[in-house]
Design a binder for this molecule. Structure first.
Ligand SMILES: Nc1nc(=O)c2c([nH]1)NC[C@@H]1CN(c3ccc(C(=O)N[C@@H](CCC(=O)O)C(=O)O)cc3)CN21
Ligand SMILES: CC(C)C(=O)C(=O)O
Ligand SMILES: [Mg+2]
Length: 296
């Protein structure tokens, strides 16, 4: 364990999450995409670490989340699961890995567990995904349904746009949540929905809701780790729902600039960053060197 790790925590299970929900204690969720980001989220006490397909954008530099493949997701999942000792882990099923049929979705969910080391899977969709949610749940893999703003469907919903603002939109969000719950989803993630609507959906459900951009009344909250740690270049767009709690980018850039300056000044490395040789060995080496002709 690293120096900043607290005392070791018990493993978070679906039972732990259930009891937090019943106590009314909000569930904290954060994304991670590799070993260090998984480790720090776990060490900071997150109950759930999510390997979100947003890693396509924040870790792979892709335009949107639709490009990342199942095999790529699995590489990141394995890195995160090596780091996470206590938190519950889950991963997004990427676009193309679950929509064709419940059978395809089950196969992908099993890969997330067996090859990715994940405990649960997340998929985008509500009513239309009910048979799929049911099938994955029935084989013993917990499913979280992602509704409201579903980034994989950005091109059909007209971009990354707030959902549930109209009466029909709000009714759809509620019906998606209820359908996911009835199909067996153990949690429902609600993205970019007005807080009043998310609060009503939360009240109507008997499973926890995890909100992102959907107000404080959800049963838990999730953010993308690089957004909340400020690990992105200045000026990059962030959704309105992001709160940035740190300046990791600024701190990294400051340190790298200082390193560069010290390299240029020969201030780095200092003797303390090097390995000594004895005076005798050095003298003998210099004698040998004098006898070797070196072409330059
Ligand atoms: N870094 C990162 N953070 C995220 O939260 C995130 C990703 N990437 N990638 C996948 C999706 C995409 N997300 C997004 C991206 C943009 C908006 C956005 O532009 N929102 C507008 C709302 C526009 C409206 O009013 O309809 C905003 O101004 O916040 C929202 C969610 C959330 N997810
Ligand atoms: C934004 C969260 C909920 C997500 O789906 C992701 O990180 O991909
Ligand atoms: Mg996602």
């Amino acid at each position: 364990m690293g120096k900043s790790d607290g005392p070791s925590r018990k493993k978070v299970t679906t039972q732990t999450l259930r009891s937090l929900y019943e106590k009314g204690e909000p569930i904290s969720v954060l994304t991670a995409h590799d070993f260090p980001s998984g480790h720090v989220a776990d060490a900071a006490g997150m109950e759930i670490v999510l390997v979100g397909d947003s890693l396509a954008m924040v870790a792979m530099g892709m335009e949107d989340t639709n490009e990342v493949t199942m095999d790529e997701m699995l590489v990141h999942c394995r890195s995160v699961s090596r780091a996470v000792k206590s938190a519950f882990t889950m991963a997004d099923l990427p676009m193309g890995s679950y929509e064709c049929s419940p059978e395809q979705a089950v196969q992908s969910a099993i890969r997330m567990v067996k090859e990715g080391g994940m405990k649960a899977v997340k998929l985008e969709g509500g009513q239309e995904m009910a048979p799929t949610i049911q099938k994955i749940t029935q084989i013993g893999i917990p499913v979280i349904a992602h509704i409201g703003l579903t980034p994989q469907r950005q091109h059909s919903i007209g971009g990354f746009r707030v959902q549930g603002k109209s009466v029909t939109g709000a009714v759809k969000v509620l019906q998606d949540a209820l359908a996911a719950q009835e199909a067996g989803a153990f949690m429902v993630l609600i993205e970019a929905v007005p807080p009043e609507v998310a609060a009503i959906v939360t009240q109507k459900l008997r499973v926890p809701t995890i909100g992102i951009g959907s107000g404080a009344e959800c049963s838990g909250q999730v953010l993308v780790q690089v957004d909340m740690t400020g690990n992105f270049p200045p000026g990059r767009f962030t959704p309105k729902f992001v709160k940035t709690y740190a300046d990791v980018w600024g701190e990294a850039q400051r340190g790298i600039e200082e390193y560069r300056r010290e390299v240029k000044d020969r201030a780095f490395p200092s003797p303390g960053h090097t390995y000594p040789i004895s005076k005798e060995a050095l003298a003998e080496f210099q004698g040998v060197v004098d006898d070797i002709s070196v072409k330059k």
